[in-house]
Design a binder for this molecule. Structure first.
Ligand SMILES: Cc1ncc(C[n+]2csc(CCOP(=O)(O)OP(=O)(O)O)c2C)c(N)n1
Length: 642
């Protein structure tokens, strides 16, 4: 598909071309850039509102900074589409997030303009500070280091840790706080209220006006300009004592709030900030979804809306002619409320993913029992641990890859103390177009080595419900349930609860030629593989283990006594994961069999549709069937990991 580009954007192949424009042309370029993002995202999908909100800031930054020599670090990176387009990727932008195409996030090996690889939030200040300290050490006094971080990302401990450190370094660091009052859902917490009070309070507005008067005009003032800024700050701080500034208290020079959609003014302000040494913070106020009315209005929905009609704004959904299975996340959300209605000890916790995890269903139904704690995975886990010490049963829902942030809390605060916390790990397995930062690859490996943990994965919606039911019983201890992004397999999913026996798997089909052991939803690919094999006269047995820990040892003894050819299938890393657990069982129990472990190999798996990636890694249904055929025929396998 061909996308039109405006006349100015067509000429911008890199930031050097951008610098040839005069200031008057910047608003028009911003308009064309915004339209190009709308055109492409409407047919390709991806993050939307965040990039629209920083169009002017992006243009101004590349107009003023000497990138890539100057280091520009985007936090999370979901807002960096404009940056990609202006830095040499305009014509490949239509491949954004597609299999084999450019990444939806900044990535160091994609472009020298991507100073730091991102995807998880709140890393930008630490990374930019590291770069600034390195420049200082190397004597590169002229180099700028800029972190652009949203008010949502600023809620994380990591961001605060970086501010705390930066405040005592004399390095040249500019933090741009992109304040749009939104995370994916509305931003939460006391910091958010503080930022709102700054943008609305009278003294701060005076401060802003006074500073605003001078910033952007330093070059006109000449050599006395810095002295003037200092004087101004001093006198203004007198007025502000009652309302002392958090960032100032951390030794940052605070500037703002500025209008993040006035591109000419932003360019002038940034130009002046280049000449102010040390750590500084520019508070930039923007509107998420700016320039696309519906996205401005319903900012959560338009964070990543999928495909849509760019004229009418209608979001394209397929209209199925028969009932379709629900998303696992929705089964989680509805089941949690159902369980919580019957068990008043249940609480819900999400670190900033109410919509993404469907915790918003409980937040709506039982607001006093469900918490969005901000982008704060570590806190979410230890907060849950605290609740559990008081006899409550927290369901702490964290995406598998974000859970990596809270590993110490999981061990130190939950597992060692055997607390009843239920971890629901959404987006486990390859996550799709978000790519390597978001794939939930490692959880089975990193959880099963932790004492006291129960680690389970449902093969379908009914199992998810039953696992949740089982986990909320008293004295279960730490209990992790991992499930993938997207839909399950059962349109008719709302069945009565049946408690499961911890550590017990189930037989999907008996067979003769070999055994397939699967864990979780990917077992449905094994079901398809069995069908294909049966049609060719090969009869595998298939077992859904349900639990990675504890393993169903009775079932495994039965399997190893009967079969000499075994395939394990998991949507997770083969190193240390489910297959490794079965391999350890085999070795420990003195069995011998030919085993092939199918799963994610020891490689960074790029972005693509889940099915494409299952196939790439060799564990979609046809890869499973091919592996089985090769094993049965007595040949060696050529699977990526076999
Ligand atoms: C560690 C981590 N947790 C959660 C997320 C999911 N996430 C992606 S963007 C986002 C909201 C970020 O809000 P903000 O920084 O204010 O940027 P905005 O989208 O408002 O521009 C969240 C929670 C993430 N990327 N990383």
């Amino acid at each position: 598909m061909k996308f039109e580009k405006g006349p100015i954007l067509s000429k911008i192949n890199n930031p050097d071309d951008l610098k040839q424009l005069n200031e008057q042309e910047l608003p028009e370029l911003a308009k064309e850039l915004r339209q190009y993002i709308i055109d492409v995202v409407s047919v390709n999908g991806g993050h939307f509102g965040a990039s629209l909100g920083v169009v002017e800031l992006t243009v101004a930054l590349h107009y003023v900074l000497n990138t890539p020599y100057d280091q520009l670090v985007w936090d999370v990176g979901h807002q960096a589409y404009g940056h990609k387009i202006l830095t040499g990727r305009r014509d490949v932008f239509p491949t954004n997030r597609l299999f084999g195409g450019i990444s939806g996030f900044p990535k160091r090996d994609e472009s020298p303009y991507d100073a730091f690889g991102v995807g998880h939030s709140s890393t930008s200040i630490s990374a930019a500070l590291g770069m600034a300290v390195a420049s200082h050490y190397k004597g590169e006094a002229d180099r700028q280091h800029v972190a652009v971080i949203g008010d949502g990302a600023m809620t994380a401990g990591l961001a605060f840790e970086a501010l705390n450190h930066a405040g005592i370094e004399k390095s040249n660091l500019l933090v741009i706080l992109n304040d749009n009052c939104m995370s994916i859902d509305p931003n939460v917490g006391a910091l958010k209220e503080y930022l709102t009070s700054i943008t609305t309070s009278k003294p701060w507005n005076r401060f802003r006006d006074d500073i605003g008067h001078v910033l952007g005009k330093l070059s006109e003032i000449g050599p006395d300009a810095l002295g003037m800024i200092k004087k101004l700050e001093k006198s203004i701080k007198g007025t502000l004592l009652k309302h002392s500034n958090l960032f100032e208290a951390l030794n940052f020079r605070y500037f703002g709030p500025v209008d993040g959609h006035d591109v000419k003014r932003l360019a002038r302000v940034l130009e002046d900030l280049k000449n102010i040494p040390g750590p500084k913070l520019l508070h930039c106020v923007t509107v998420k979804g700016k320039g696309f009315a519906l996205a401005e209005k319903d900012q959560t929905k338009w964070h990543a809306p999928g495909l849509f009609d760019k004229i009418t704004g209608e979001i394209k959904t397929s209209k199925p002619d028969k009932p379709v299975p629900p998303k696992y996340q929705d089964v989680f959300g509805h089941t949690l409320v159902e369980l919580a209605e019957a068990n008043d000890k249940i609480m819900g916790i999400t670190p900033a993913m109410p919509s993404g995890s469907s915790m918003n269903i409980m937040m709506k139904a039982m607001p006093e029992r469900a918490f969005d704690v901000g982008i704060a995975e570590q806190h979410a886990v230890t907060f849950s641990a605290g609740l559990a010490t008081q006899g409550l049963i927290p369901f702490c829902n964290i995406y598998s890859s974000f859970m990596q942030r809270a590993y110490d809390q999981l061990i130190h605060d939950v597992a060692i103390q055997k607390l009843n916390v239920v971890f629901c790990l959404d987006r486990a397995g390859v996550a799709g177009a978000d790519g390597p930062t978001h794939h939930g690859v490692y959880d089975m490996a990193y959880l099963r080595c932790v004492p006291n943990m129960i680690v389970a994965a449902p093969m379908n919606e009914e199992e998810l419900r039953n696992l949740m039911f089982t986990a909320q019983q008293d004295n279960m201890g730490p209990f992790a349930i991992r499930y993938p992004r997207g839909k399950g397999v059962m349109p008719d999913w709302k069945r009565a609860f049946t408690p499961l026996t911890v550590g017990q798997g189930r037989t999907i089909c008996e067979g003769e030629d070999l055994a397939i052991l699967s864990i979780g939803h990917i077992g449905n690919e094994a079901v398809k593989a069995c069908r294909e094999l049966n049609a060719e006269g090969i009869f595998p047995a298939h077992y859904d283990l349900r639990f990675v820990k504890p393993l169903d040892t009775a079932l495994l003894h039965k399997v190893f006594k009967k079969f000499k050819k075994i395939i394990t299938v998991e949507d997770g890393c083969v190193q240390g994961g489910f297959g490794s657990a079965v391999l350890e069982f085999m070795a420990d129990q003195g069995y011998q069999a030919q085993m092939v472990r199918l799963g994610i190999p020891d490689l960074v798996i790029e972005h693509g549709e889940q099915e494409e990636l299952w196939s790439l890694c060799g564990y979609d249904s046809s890869s499973i069937a091919n592996t089985a055929k090769t094993m049965v025929s007595g040949k060696t396998t050529n699977s990526m990991v076999g």
